[in-house]
Design a protein around this ligand. Structure first.
Ligand code: UT7
Length: 362
């Protein structure tokens, strides 16, 4: 006799887990070293390396845009999932970005169309450097609800389009790039399964990281809008302090939810903001620094792309045992922050390094 016949509602089965099954990254070929920056800015390689840990970054050429990077990263993620084409392979495309191709429309539908995925749901997520973690959470929700079975989540940013090249404080930090993952419906015990999430925000501090003009609050007006208002501005020291505190708090929250201890974490993939920030968070969590991914040394802070790019770089260079435990945590403008845990996936095809040319690790 079924429970419905007995007058009880049927017991709902557990929703599917989101399982990472594809991974890829892409960096534009143009490499900008610290010495290149020192030729035109009052800075030097030692200052940049000591304060940030960054040795070089990649930037797009004039005429390129965020979608160009997102398409390359997305294609590689689809390839590594063994499913490179066919509009039935992906039900939704999410692009996390602070630098969309245009104010309107979103960048994701164009990325989907260029990947042969026209017809899939496609939208952008705007949570600045936390965007990729927000994008993962959104995709996991679509999968858990049964709205999608496969989702392409891309973090893509071209900060070179919003940072004033004459602003030495910010020009040294940011680089352009894109990273992407494919998530599919699966079981929580499979390698690649995403665990619990923690997401948060505090808009009272929106002015800590901001591009003041260009949105509905302040449309750019020729002759009236200042150069500074058109460019990215950041109160570096406050951001630094908040990033350390929020990332550590959020990481602890998600570890508690997952029932993991910091010592259980095999790989720590924080948003690649500043090497000192990453080490402070790792120290705060009592995680050995060697477990912390430090891709920023060669690519700088690539915004929403930084976590998936660091994962793609790791997958291309280092064998990681499927099932190894990963902790992701991010902090960015908004303010926003977020974390999630997952296990390392069993990918069906190798992940190529996210560089077009030579290895650029300084
Ligand atoms: O996704 C979140 C993204 N944001 C971040 O992760 C940024 C977080 N903040 C930081 O990483 C650091 O605050 C910065 C790297 C941005 C700056 O480092 P800092 O140690 O906080 O330096 P500061 O801003 O306090 O500046 C110290 C000095 C200043 O000179 P004075 O006033 O002491 O004479 C700056 O003018 O360093 C000077 N300075 C530079 N010198 C050489 C600032 N930028 C540079 C530079 N080269 N590029």
């Amino acid at each position: 006799m079924s429970s419905a016949v007995a007058g009880r509602p049927p017991v709902p089965s557990a929703p599917p887990a989101a399982v990472l099954c594809g991974l890829g990254g892409w960096l534009p070929p143009r490499l900008v070293t610290n010495d290149d920056l020192a030729e035109r800015l009052d800075t030097d390689d030692t200052w940049i390396r000591t304060r940030t840990g960054i040795g070089s970054r990649h930037t797009i050429e004039p005429g390129q845009a965020t979608s160009d990077l997102a398409v390359e990263a997305g294609r590689r993620a689809l390839d590594s999932s063994g499913d490179s084409s066919g509009d039935s392979s992906v039900d939704a495309v999410v692009v996390a970005t602070t630098t969309p191709d245009r104010t309107c429309p979103a960048t994701a539908p164009l990325v989907a169309a260029r990947l042969g995925l026209a017809g899939a749901a496609a939208f952008d997520v705007a949570a600045v450097c936390t965007g990729f973690v927000y994008g993962l959470a959104t995709a996991a929700g679509l999968i858990a609800a049964g709205t999608a079975r496969r989702v392409l989540v891309t973090g893509a940013d071209t900060y070179s389009t919003i940072v004033d090249p004459a602003d030495r404080a910010n020009a040294i930090i940011f680089g352009d790039g894109a990273g992407a993952v494919v998530l599919r419906a699966g079981h929580p015990d499979e390698p690649g399964a995403l665990g619990p999430f923690d997401l948060g925000s505090d808009g009272a501090h929106e002015d800590m990281i901001m591009v003041a003009a260009g949105g509905s609050r302040s449309r750019p007006e020729p002759g009236r809008t200042s150069r500074a208002d058109l460019h990215f501005a950041m109160r570096g020291k406050e951001v630094y302090r908040n990033a350390v505190t929020r990332m550590a708090e959020s990481a602890r929250t998600v570890l508690d939810r997952a029932g993991w201890k910091p010592a259980d974490v095999d790989l720590f993939a924080p948003h690649q903001a500043n090497l000192r920030i990453l080490h402070s968070v790792a120290d705060d969590l009592e995680l050995p620094r060697e477990r912390c991914l430090t891709h920023l040394r060669s690519v700088g802070n690539t915004g929403a792309a930084s976590i998936p790019l660091a994962l793609a770089d790791t997958a291309a260079r280092t064998p990681v045992e499927p099932g190894s435990r990963l902790l992701l945590t991010a902090f960015g403008g908004g303010l926003t922050w977020g974390s999630c845990v997952l296990t390392w996936p069993a990918l069906s095809a190798p992940v190529p390094p996210p560089y077009q040319g030579e290895d650029t690790t300084p």
